[in-house]
Ligand binder design. Structure first.
Ligand code: ATP
Ligand code: MG
Ligand code: MG
Ligand code: MG
Length: 459
């Protein structure tokens, strides 16, 4: 089954069960300063759950574009290292706003997986929250799940959108990719492996967490579910990694020809194929590379992609060349992407040209520092210099270090950052104002508060 067919089968299934199909929303959450990007299918419905946004339906379904880079659900550092994480992915979801609750949510999910998609029951593993006896009863007594493949867990089964907002206990469904893949079942010490991959999360929305951390009951218990399209596509297409599914083949080919590196299974090519999706869609949703907030997260993703191209030997700007392949792959489903194609290409090319000027030098400095390193911690001053002088975001340096099994002195880095801010403040008392920006090589490298916060949220 192709990805597009799975998407359609999902929406049709839930439409047949009384759900209204709601079009996908922007990656920039409307009117929600608490959230960096739309990181789940429920985000556009946040106020509906809270009872503040009445809709003409109580059941909805959607295929929502999501970005998980920065903020609460940050998967940037996972990309290139796991088979299942992207910065950009599509989340298929069904929602009940005070209508059905646990029983129907579980039944719908089980029916869709085992009947519509025809997945073998003995490959599916299920978890619920440690306190959730009701969901346990439904799974065991009504669905008849084998207790061998069922467990009750704690933090992993409490879902929240962000530090505040709708949340509740959840039930996760995993697919077992078989003993050839390393990893253990949910709750086991090896659960971080990629053998048992979580495909669907059913959240029993019951609370609104406020800024003090208090859980206030929602007006009505509701349902929010999310299934990663790419992960289900991997299952349906009989491949283990998300990067082996149909959606990624042309992108990987395009990345291979743009960088001149032929092996499409190389982790760096996968990183590039992943990152073009988040970067292009963010730009289509009007985010532009900058030094703060959302724009800085975008810049970090772009620079991470460029660095991986550099690692593969690309000497010319290559990243912007992938926009056409992405358009071919996803432009039908996302007309907003197609419309913004030229703009995306321009923005990426400009960013590539700007960063190219310092990338070589920065990489030279970093490689030398790593070659000469005593021990296995890169000093904070070096990380800061790369950041300040060469425009290397913290997580880019971290990515390079991880390849060499070196950790970063994060505290030292933040100390340097703070010291620089102090100097800027002191200098501004004497008339020169450095607080807005420091121009370097035509490029702004000022480290502002927003940037500092971003930085700490990704470490
Ligand atoms: P994991 O534990 O594998 O990181 P998660 O529990 O963080 O996943 P949820 O927040 O429950 O994920 O999101 C709902 C579903 O969205 C997941 O079950 C998965 O299918 C999909 N998903 C989550 N994060 C990603 C990602 N970074 N890339 C692709 N799909 C994802
Ligand atoms: Mg996760
Ligand atoms: Mg999980
Ligand atoms: Mg989950």
């Amino acid at each position: 089954m192709k990805s597009a067919e799975i998407r359609q089968a999902f929406l049709s299934f839930f439409e047949e069960h009384g759900h209204t199909i709601v079009p996908t929303s922007s990656l920039v959450p409307g009117n929600d300063p608490t959230l960096l990007f739309t990181n789940a299918g429920m985000v556009p419905f946040k106020d509906v759950f809270l009872g503040r946004d009445p809709r003409p339906y109580v059941r909805a379904t959607s295929a929502q574009r999501c970005v998980r880079a920065g903020g609460k659900h940050n998967d940037l550092d996972n990309v290139g290292y796991t088979a299942r994480h992207h910065t950009f992915f599509e989340m298929l979801g069904n929602f009940s706003f005070g209508d059905y609750f646990k029983r129907d949510a579980i039944r719908f999910a089980w029916t869709f997986l085992t009947e519509t998609l025809g997945l073998p029951k003995d490959k599916l593993w299920v978890t619920v929250h440690i306190s959730d006896d009701e969901a346990e009863r439904i799974w065991k007594d009504e669905i008849g799940i084998d207790p061998e493949r069922f467990s009750k867990l704690d933090e992993d089964n409490f879902w929240q959108m962000g530090d505040t907002g709708p949340c509740g206990p959840s039930s996760e469904i995993f697919f077992d990719h078989g003993p050839e893949v390393w990893g253990g079942p949910p709750g086991s010490p090896e659960e971080d492996g990629d053998r048992y991959i979580e495909i669907w999360n059913l959240v029993f929305m019951q609370f609104d967490r406020d800024a003090e951390g208090t859980l206030n009951p929602l007006p009505k218990p509701s349902i929010d579910t999310g299934m990663g399209l790419e992960r289900v596509a991997a299952v349906m297409q009989g491949v283990h990694s998300n990067y082996e599914i149909d959606l990624f083949q042309n992108l990987l080919q395009a990345a291979a020809s743009a960088t001149g590196y032929a092996d499409t299974t190389a982790p760096s090519l996968r990183v590039i194929a992943d990152h073009i999706r988040s970067c292009a869609f963010l730009i289509a949703d009007d985010v532009l590379p900058s030094n703060e907030g959302r724009g800085y997260v975008l810049r970090r993703i772009i620079r991470r992609a460029i660095r991986h191209g550099h690692k593969l030997g690309a000497t010319e700007p290559f990243f912007h060349k992938l926009v056409d392949a992405l358009d071919t792959e996803m432009g039908d489903a996302y007309p907003e992407l197609r419309d913004a194609r030229d703009q995306i290409t321009r923005v990426l090319l400009k960013e590539e040209e700007q960063f190219a000027r310092t990338l070589d030098h920065g990489m030279g400095l970093l490689s030398a520092a790593l070659d000469n390193l005593q021990g296995d911690v890169l000093p904070g001053e070096t990380v800061f210099k790369l950041y300040d002088t060469y425009g290397f975001p913290y997580d880019l340096t971290a990515d390079v270090c991880r390849e060499r099994e070196v950790t970063l002195d994060e505290e030292g880095f933040h100390r340097e950052l703070e010291a620089q801010r102090e100097r800027a403040r002191a200098a501004s008392q004497f008339g020169a104002d450095y607080s807005a920006s420091i121009e370097l090589d035509g490029e702004t490298t000022f480290t502002g508060y927003d940037r500092l916060e971003d930085q700490s949220s990704v470490t």
